[in-house]
Design a protein around this ligand. Structure first.
Ligand code: ADP
Length: 239
């Protein structure tokens, strides 16, 4: 579909990036004193904070599983995270995102080690500018690691998509709104197993393959940043 305004001009995107460039990403681990594990993340104009509690007692009790810990992830967008005030509290979108993030992180958490407990992961989106589910899962996986929850590996993610007919890395808000397709993906970097893949829009098989290779590439770069952020915290750990 032709949009009035071109989103890519002479190979340069609306925010000045090339087709395969990520936005600036900053991560910090251990940012909340009162959570057992936490991380903050700035991904372009997105701002996210994640906090983890547990393994701890299951409430309500009937949800207990004698074979493993239950993982509960809650994704929430703050009312001030978007241009017009967002109505506070859960909506269909945040319930869906909480569900897919829970499923994705369940693939790495070694829940069998903590039967009859729950692990709570809270993801707060303070500022949203497209790609918040991936920014959220990236911060959550760091917060889980910070809490000392045993995992097979971190989960790392990225988004690619199609804008003005071209496959591009890491869509910003304008590209997400007026582009043709977006493809958020999260993987277990160790073996590149896919733990989250959603697609909004249509791609040909060739386009999908290109977008998929690019998104894995992006996620692997994010993984390197995650490891660095964890190392930074424990490098100068105080008591
Ligand atoms: P993601 O943030 O994972 O890309 P979506 O594709 O659903 O998820 O949303 C894209 C962007 O649209 C969000 O990052 C946010 O900037 C904006 N957005 C989502 N929900 C709302 C809302 N209820 N009100 C205003 N903007 C929203």
């Amino acid at each position: 579909m032709e949009t009035e305004k071109k989103l890519i001009v002479d190979g340069i995107r609306v925010d000045g990036r090339k087709w395969d460039e990520l936005r600036d990403i900053k991560m910090k681990v251990g940012v909340l004193k009162n959570a057992e594990g936490s991380a903050s993340l700035e991904w372009g104009k997105n701002k996210v904070i994640a906090g983890v509690y547990g393994p701890r007692e299951v409430i309500p009790r009937f949800e207990e599983d004698s074979t493993k810990a239950i993982l509960k992830c809650e994704y929430n967008m703050a009312p001030f995270s978007v241009e017009d005030r967002k109505r506070p509290g859960p909506d269909r979108r945040s319930v869906e995102i909480s569900k897919v993030i829970t499923e994705a992180l369940s693939s790495v958490v070694l829940a069998e080690e903590f039967p009859n407990t729950q692990i709570n992961v809270y993801i707060e989106i303070l500022r949203a500018d497209a790609g918040t589910r991936i920014a959220g899962i990236t911060a959550a996986s760091l917060a889980l690691a910070d809490a000392g929850v045993p995992m097979k590996d971190l989960v790392a993610g990225c988004t690619t998509g199609k804008v003005d007919g071209e496959i591009v890395m890491d869509l910003c808000k304008e590209e997400d709104n007026y582009g043709d397709c977006d493809l958020p993906v999260a993987i277990i970097p160790k073996n590149k197993e896919i733990v989250l893949l959603q697609m909004d829009g249509i791609l040909t098989k060739e386009e999908f393959n290109k977008a998929f290779d690019l998104v894995v590439d992006g996620a692997m770069k994010v993984y390197e940043m995650q490891k660095k952020a964890l190392y930074e915290k424990y490098k100068d750990k105080e008591d």
